[in-house]
Design a protein around this ligand. Structure first.
Ligand code: TYD
Length: 306
């Protein structure tokens, strides 16, 4: 199920359309009537809740859809799961709920919630709501908190696909502030395996961090993208910083590794090369995305950041 807003793209599901386990419903997770009916008809074994407005910059320009989808949408999914007695619910969240983490600490699952942006606050709120369904209704809910994802098919509003796409087109690469903000990078397939291990082996009422064991300052990521695409450093452009910009995210994975044996398998160099290859070979995909609503956002977000 997907609402197919600006970042939803059925083209991404082409490789699985003939799979017997696949069917698609276009719906808004805030539409509780539709969700309830769907859960009653389909009687799913489990709900894995990925649906979210996930971009910090968009949440700064326009917080309303972020709060509605991420908080109210999670509420209607939880309610429909409760009414229809669905036996497993995995709520997919983010390391951003911990806010900026000072060196030398890495957040474990008990780290305080110090969300900085409307986006991360909406996720922190929805995490608490999901966990309350375990405490109050004994629903079999687990929450995952992952670090920054990257890989094929990622919408080009996030750092890595945006920088690859601009580099391939010889356009400026906009670095917010001093570019020394640190993010932990997780390859998308490692994230998917981790969610699956939580779905199958995670415990009810528990939170599991999912980190990539790969902390890098943004400037380092951008240098590597320029090097791998063979483009000059002169494409890098400093622009005004993001308001409330978190300096550093860092997670420890110990709990998930102990519980399920999961560990990230992709090292950053290979993951980045795979991702760049994908974007190089799928320029049509990118062109189709860039011809639409995305162009408007790009102008809004980058026009006044000289
Ligand atoms: P982003 O991919 O938006 O993820 P998040 O904010 O959830 O970590 O940004 C990753 C980092 O890259 C963040 O520190 C902001 C920075 N950034 C830039 O410097 N320039 C950009 O154009 C974008 C999109 C992000």
């Amino acid at each position: 199920m997907d609402k197919l807003t600006y970042a939803g793209n059925l083209e991404n599901l082409q490789p699985v359309v003939d799979h017997s386990g696949y069917s698609f419903v276009q719906a808004d997770i805030c539409d509780s009537e539709t969700i309830d009916k769907l859960f009653a008809e389909e009687a799913p074994d489990a709900v894995v809740h990925f649906a979210a407005e996930s971009h910090v910059d968009r949440s700064i320009h326009s917080p309303a859809p972020v709060i509605l989808t991420n908080f109210n949408g999670t509420f209607s999914l939880l309610e429909a799961a409760r009414k229809n007695k669905i036996s497993r619910f995995v709520h997919v969240s983010t390391d951003e709920v911990y806010g900026s983490i000072d060196e030398p600490y890495d957040a474990d699952e008990n780290y305080p919630l110090r969300a900085s942006s409307p986006y991360s606050a909406s996720k922190a709120g929805s995490d608490l709501l999901a966990l309350s369904y375990y405490t109050t209704y004994k629903m079999n809910v687990s929450v995952t908190r992952a670090s920054n994802n990257y890989g094929p098919y990622q919408f080009p509003e996030k750092l890595i696909p945006l920088m690859i796409s601009n580099a391939l087109e010889d356009k400026p690469l906009p670095v917010y502030g001093d570019g020394q903000q640190v993010r932990d990078w997780l390859f998308v397939e490692d994230h998917c395996r981790a969610i699956r291990s939580v779905l199958e082996r995670g415990n009810a009422g528990e939170i599991y961090n999912i980190g990539g064991n790969c902390s890098l300052p943004n400037l380092e990521v951008i240098h590597r993208i320029l090097k791998a695409t063979g483009k000059p450093e002169s494409l890098m452009t400093r622009v005004t910083d993001r308001p409330g910009h978190d300096r550093r995210y860092a997670l420890t994975n110990e709990k998930l590794t102990k519980a399920t044996g999961w560990e990230p398998q992709m090292d950053f160099e290979r993951g980045l090369a795979t991702t760049i290859d994908w974007y190089r070979s799928n320029r049509d995909w990118m062109d189709r995305i860039k011809s639409g609503e995305y162009r408007k956002f790009y102008e809004l977000n980058y026009a006044n950041r000289s």
